[in-house]
Design a protein around this ligand. Sequence first.
Ligand code: CA
Length: 231
Amino acid sequence: MNKPLILVVEDDPPIRNLLSVALESHGYRVITASDGEMAMMEAVSHNPDVMMLDLGLPDMDGRTVIQKTRSWTNMPIIVISARSDDSDKIEALDAGADDYLTKPFSVAELLARLRVTLRRLSQVSGENHEASVFVNGPLRVDYAAGYACFGEEELHLTPIEYKLLCVLSKNCGKVLTHKYITRQVWGSSWESNVASLRVFMTTLRKKLEKDGTVFIQTHVGIGYRMMKVSE
Ligand code: CA
């Protein structure tokens, strides 16, 4: 595989340089942009593998960059937010971002997030996107037949648990917000749905993670993500 190309969008020069140097020294190719307009030009002309996007840009809101980018590509977008306010991250994820990092973050954390994103990317492009069977370690979801197995054993899931598992597995590696999940499962995102989501997530996890393998990551105040587990 060629060295992945990362587009770093950040208006603060010291941070932009720090990110570039860190990524280049770990084998990535880097292009940079200092505002939203430039970010979209670079994205169109170089078609990078991943965009790392600061939410606070001088010319436009980072969310606008996400929406405009999503109108033509599914390129993974990792949002970088200085604000500790969860609502910014939630809005960015709902606009179509894949993951987020909160400043200040370590280089190790940055690289870890990037690896998760790239692994998801190679999985999506390596497989038939319309695949009717999802496999993640011992977990197997047969979308066409409408059931899930763990190893040789069929998982006994309620309809809601199964729907939840489908939403998570179809977006494996991606952080999904409470709002996104409840819309997919119930068609709405009332507070009561978010409360129910917590309950169903607990029961789903009990069935899924009984041997101790963690499939579902909790992002407190934000949502959930299914992780790719090793075979
Ligand atoms: Ca900024």
